[in-house]
Write a new protein. Structure first.
Length: 254
């Protein structure tokens, strides 16, 4: 799949030799076999609920900022999630201000809520969300509902099982991937050994001056096929807020 690269961050790696010595009976050792199981597990997901944190290290720390978000996502149509509900808080690099925005769509109406300004923007045009949509895109893990979730990883130039990682109590395989597109950053994925769904992605970046940094996205509180209703993806206007059908302003530059 062709995907936008999101904000992510780094981990220390264990060597393949250490992993082989410490692996438990029944654990897999072939990264391609793991990725095929991961791809199949993600394709089986129709609706998903999760929390995510975003961070950056090294040379990316001055560019990435930090954030957290909660998502409920269902379906995938025309290159984007069909329905979603998001609540995100983001602190840009060098700032102490926290941007808090919520947004979503029921596949009919689209909306974004500016909690600082206490105003909601809603319209049938997806553009009503403005550049807050970029923040939601950066924070989300679209692989959960994508039609071809891990084809880029399966068709990459190299795939290497480098160890294990514990992500919020979830025992995970760590797989390092070099993509076919040489301009794409190398990535280290952490996949649960129980359900084969992703819990972390790390992008390893090198800037033009040679400085290196990482960006990380970590998934917790993952629920597959949560209970949803017709109201799940609709705007619920908080008390004291106003609503408009005007397009949202530039939140990210404030």
């Amino acid at each position: 799949m062709k995907r936008t690269t999101f904000m992510l961050a780094g981990l220390a790696f264990t060597s393949t030799a250490v992993f082989s010595a410490d692996k438990k009976p029944g654990e897999l050792t072939d990264p391609m076999e793991i990725l095929r199981k991961v791809d199949a597990a993600a394709k089986a997901v129709k609706t998903v609920k999760y929390d995510v944190t975003l961070d950056a290290t090294g040379a990316m720390a001055a560019r990435g900022g930090k954030g957290s978000a909660s998502f409920i996502v269902s379906g995938y149509v025309d290159g984007a999630p069909e329905k979603f509900m998001a609540d995100a808080k983001f602190t840009p690099s060098g700032s102490t201000d926290v941007l808090h925005v919520s947004g979503g769509s029921d596949a009919d109406l689209y909306f974004v809520v500016d909690h600082r300004g206490k105003i909601a923007y809603e319209d049938i045009d997806p553009a009503v969300i403005g550049n807050a949509g970029r923040l939601f895109q950066q924070a989300s893990m679209v692989e959960f509902v994508h039609s071809t979730p891990f084809s880029d990883e399966l068709n990459g130039r190299s795939q290497k099982l480098i160890g294990s990682a514990n992500i919020a109590g979830e025992d995970c395989y760590e797989i390092h991937v070099q993509y076919e597109n040489t301009r794409a950053p190398e990535a280290t994925w952490c996949f649960s050994k129980k359900d084969f769904l992703p819990r972390r992605r790390i992008d390893h970046r090198t800037l033009q001056n040679g400085d290196k940094g990482t960006m990380v996205k970590t998934i917790t509180k993952l629920v597959v096929d949560p209970k949803i209703t017709a109201e799940t993806f609709k705007l619920k206007l908080p008390e004291g807020y106003k609503k408009t059908d005007e397009f949202a302003p530039d939140f990210l530059s404030r």
